[in-house]
Design a protein around this ligand. Structure first.
Ligand SMILES: [Fe+2]
Ligand SMILES: [Fe+2]
Length: 192
C-alpha cells in the first residue's frame, strides 16, 4: 500500500484530532530516526500506523482482538488504553498490508514498551509523546533532551507516567516496569 493510500484510509478511520496527532508522530519519528541513524521510512510508516486501532471503541477492540487471536491477559484487560498497540499490529497487517516485523513491533510496543527495545521502538514510543501537537505537563522537559539522549528521555518519560498512574491508582502494565529496569541497568553500565 502506498503512503498516500495509507493516509487516506487513516483519515477516514480516525477522528480528526487523532489523525493530526498521527501525522505529528510520523514526522517526529522520521526526524528522530535521522538523528539516531535509524531507517527514516520505517519510522515514518510505524508513526503513521501506531494508533491505527484507535478508530475502534474499547469493546470493538476487545472483540477484534478475540477475532484476530490477540491474547488479552489480565494486565491488558486491566489497562484498556494499552490494547490498541497490540491489536494495531493485526490491523496494520490485515488492513494496511504491512509485513515488516520491525515496524509492526514498533506499533505493538508503543504504549507499554518492553525490555530490550529496538531503536525504532524507542523512537515511536517517544515520538508519540513529543510530537508537536502534544501539550501535557512535562512535555517540554522531554523535548529538551530527546534529540541528544533518547534513553535518558525515556527514563524521564516513564517517571512522569508512573507518577500519573500512581496518583490515579491505575494498574501499570508489567512491560513498562521491564522497560524501566532495562533502561536504568543499561544506562548505568554506560556511565561506568
Ligand atoms: Fe497509541
Ligand atoms: Fe498516539
Amino acid at each position: 500500500m502506498e503512503l498516500e493510500e495509507i493516509k487516506e484510509k487513516l483519515k477516514k478511520t480516525l477522528k480528526k484530532k487523532r489523525y493530526i496527532h498521527t501525522l505529528g508522530v510520523a514526522d517526529e519519528a522520521r526526524r528522530l530516526a535521522a538523528i539516531y541513524g535509524e531507517d527514516t521510512d520505517k519510522a515514518y510508516l510505524a508513526g503513521l500506523l501506531h494508533d491505527c486501532a484507535k478508530g475502534y471503541s474499547t469493546d470493538e477492540q476487545k472483540e477484534l482482538a478475540k477475532k484476530y487471536g490477540v491474547e488479552l491477559d489480565r494486565d491488558l484487560l486491566n489497562s484498556p488504553p494499552v490494547i490498541h498497540g497490540f491489536l494495531g499490529v493485526e490491523i496494520a497487517r490485515r488492513d494496511y498490508g504491512v509485513k515488516d516485523e520491525a515496524v509492526l513491533n514498533a506499533v505493538r510496543y508503543h504504549t507499554v514498551g518492553r525490555a530490550g527495545m529496538t531503536m525504532l521502538e524507542k523512537i515511536v514510543y517517544i515520538a508519540d509523546l513529543t510530537e508537536k501537537n502534544r501539550s501535557f505537563e512535562g512535555v517540554r522537559e522531554l523535548r529538551k533532551t530527546v534529540d541528544k539522549d533518547i534513553d535518558r528521555t525515556l527514563i524521564l518519560c516513564l517517571k512522569q507516567q508512573f507518577a500519573v498512574q500512581g496518583k490515579r491508582e491505575n494498574t501499570i502494565h508489567p512491560n513498562m516496569v521491564y522497560m524501566w529496569n532495562d533502561l536504568l541497568i543499561n544506562n548505568k553500565d554506560k556511565e561506568q
